[in-house]
Write a protein that binds this ligand. Structure first.
Ligand code: PNS
Length: 163
């Protein structure tokens, strides 16, 4: 059985992420979407909120599980017997950072390959940061996030705006 992990901050999950998860689920027997703590970021959603939102978006994908992890991704992949990390690549600007992470992860866990899926054209521009920015200013984020989590994102920013 080939297991892949789809790691990220997913703060929040976007249609771009979901597209990559759906495509990974067609390529691998088992896919674990793992919300990983990125020490360089200050997330708007808690780890459990992010896990819960993704779980609701992947109910149509029987070979996809959702988990969270606070630690090294390469070690997590080893624990789960995963042989691949699947990441979406949107633009050349993503490449340098992703390339560095892929090489580091392979150094830490030599059995671990990173597979890049190019973003689908109509989702190339999507990012969680832009979704949060549009939501914070009361813009329509319906085209950017899965419908099942739209209220969660709108509520988060409505509440934050009232504070
Ligand atoms: O969605 P992001 O924030 O770009 O995802 C980055 C993430 C969380 C996958 C990366 O920061 C990560 O793997 N963090 C865990 C710690 C780790 O293993 N660091 C070394 C990666 S080379």
């Amino acid at each position: 059985m080939k297991t892949a992990i789809c790691p990220g901050s997913f703060d929040p999950v976007t249609n771009g992420h979901l597209d990559v998860i759906e495509r990974a689920a067609r390529l691998f027997d088992r896919v674990i979407v793992v919300v990983v703590v990125n020490v360089d970021k200050h997330p708007a959603f808690t780890l459990s909120e992010r896990v819960d939102m993704i779980r609701r978006c992947v109910t149509h994908l029987p070979n996809v599980e959702v988990d969270s992890h606070n630690g090294l991704l390469a070690a997590y992949a080893g624990e789960k017997h995963a042989t691949a990390i699947v990441k979406g690549l949107r633009a050349v600007s993503d490449f340098e950072y992703e390339f560095q992470m892929a090489l580091t992860n392979r150094r830490l866990n030599p059995g671990l390959e990173t597979v890049f899926l190019t973003a689908t054209e109509d989702k190339m521009y999507l990012s969680s940061s832009l979704v949060k920015q549009v939501a914070a200013y009361g813009g329509d984020i319906a085209p950017f996030v899965p419908a099942c989590i739209l209220p969660d994102v709108e509520d988060k920013f409505r509440k934050d705006g009232e504070q």
